[in-house]
Design a binder for this molecule. Structure first.
Ligand SMILES: [Zn+2]
Ligand SMILES: [Zn+2]
Length: 167
């Protein structure tokens, strides 16, 4: 997404609003989502050679829940705040140099999307997951395996702490 900064020759601020498709292929998502459509709105403020971009991005990404493996929609809201400069003598590493007559926001939008993806993907805070014995989605129904499963785990622990005392 590019913002024309010619418009800033005569004024100090412009607003923008747009949509951009962002590729999700490099992010190794467990879902097969390949891209998401990001809406972005904000302002560019000119201060001398600098252009300050402030905005908000919003999107929805399809993710797979780490516990129950169901696909769910994860809403994204991030703030953008970035300075650009046409002065190549500026050495601040947080500032992106721009040569042309426009500012390209594609990279910082893609970066913001990447940063907003959670380390742990859960369809909801209290997702109960699936039973690892019978495969039942425990959000839908409970099953009878749970107790047996806990018992077998306790059995293993007992063996660890008292290796000779069992069987
Ligand atoms: Zn889940
Ligand atoms: Zn079960």
């Amino acid at each position: 997404m590019k913002i024309d900064i010619h418009d800033l020759a005569n004024k100090s601020e412009v607003t923008f609003e747009s949509e951009q498709a962002v590729s999700l292929l490099g992010l190794n998502l467990s879902s097969n989502a390949q891209s998401c459509l990001v809406s972005i709105a904000g302002t560019v403020t000119k201060k001398g050679n600098r252009y300050l971009v402030r905005g908000d991005i919003a999107s929805t990404i399809k993710l797979l829940c780490d516990r129950c493996t169901n696909e769910f929609e994860y809403p994204i809201h991030e703030e953008l705040y970035k300075e650009f400069s046409t002065d190549f003598n500026e050495e601040d590493e947080d500032i992106i140099h721009v040569t042309q007559s426009s500012i390209d926001l594609s990279d910082i939008i893609a970066e913001a999307v990447c940063l907003s993806i959670p380390m742990k993907c859960l369809c909801r805070e209290d997702c109960k997951g699936i039973c690892n014995v019978c495969g039942q989605d425990l959000n839908e129904h409970t099953c009878c395996c749970q107790n047996a499963d806990i018992d077998s785990r306790l059995e293993k622990l007992k063996n660890i702490f008292h290796p000779q005392s069992e069987e």
